[in-house]
Write a protein that binds this ligand. Structure first.
Ligand SMILES: [Zn+2]
Length: 223
């Protein structure tokens, strides 16, 4: 969790750069946000600005109603999505929205990604649902995402892309990465045979192991 605006700006900036370097988005697409604990504010990436021209201090700060508080640029056009997730999930402190290719392909056929492989189960919690289609940036899209994601950590946006959430922004980035990889594996597996889906019992053992052990190492320095 991020106590101050500066801490949240640093985390959002670093994860936005990770997102771009990992090719989860092209150009200025995709967006990232973090909750600022002390003031109940949100740091979010700006609208339409190339990330390589940004410094952490440039990142806009908004309140929970979406009003601009500070920062050189205007908040992302998807700010409603970020606000809705952070409002409805007190366990979540970081949100990342991407247009990665394989996850987007499943969003186009509007089919969930089942729990198929270890890292996506541990980090993203397994099953990845699909939120209904609404226009980008709309409040209906934000509402649909909150309804669809329930207690999961990732959700496909129909004909649009993916949203990953986490206890830190870095964790939200990892969710985006492992779900993209799982979508790629699932796509290949379906083209060469019949994929086997792991059962709920094994999924919950793997997820609990991650939450109770591995993730504690990751949270150091970010909490
Ligand atoms: Zn988008």
């Amino acid at each position: 969790m991020y106590r101050t605006i500066a801490q949240a700006q640093k985390a959002v900036y670093e994860s936005a750069m990770d997102m771009v370097h990992s090719k989860l988005v092209a150009s200025t697409w995709g967006n990232v946000s973090a909750r600022v604990e002390e003031d109940n504010l949100i740091v979010v990436t700006p609208s339409g600005i190339d990330y390589k021209n940004l410094t952490p201090q440039d990142l806009p700060v908004i309140d929970m109603q979406g009003q601009h508080i500070e920062g050189k640029y205007q908040a992302s056009s998807e700010k409603a999505l970020h606000i809705a997730l952070l409002k409805n999930r007190p366990d979540v402190h970081g949100v990342m929205h991407t247009h990665s290719v394989y996850a987007s392909a499943f969003s186009v056929i509007r089919e969930p990604i089942p729990p198929i492989i270890e890292d996506m189960i541990q980090i993203a919690g397994g099953f990845v649902p699909v939120a209904p289609y609404y226009l980008p940036g709309s409040s209906e899209l934000a509402e649909g995402v909150v309804q669809s994601i329930q207690n999961q950590y990732g959700v496909l946006l129909a004909n649009h892309g993916f949203v990953g959430i986490g206890r830190t922004v870095h964790e939200a980035f990892k969710v985006c990465l492992v779900v993209e990889k799982a979508a790629q594996i699932y796509s290949i597996a379906r083209s060469i045979g019949k994929p086997h889906i792991l059962d709920e019992h094994d999924v919950s053992i793997m997820r609990d192991a991650y939450l109770n052990q591995y993730s504690k190492l990751d949270m150091k320095g970010e909490s």
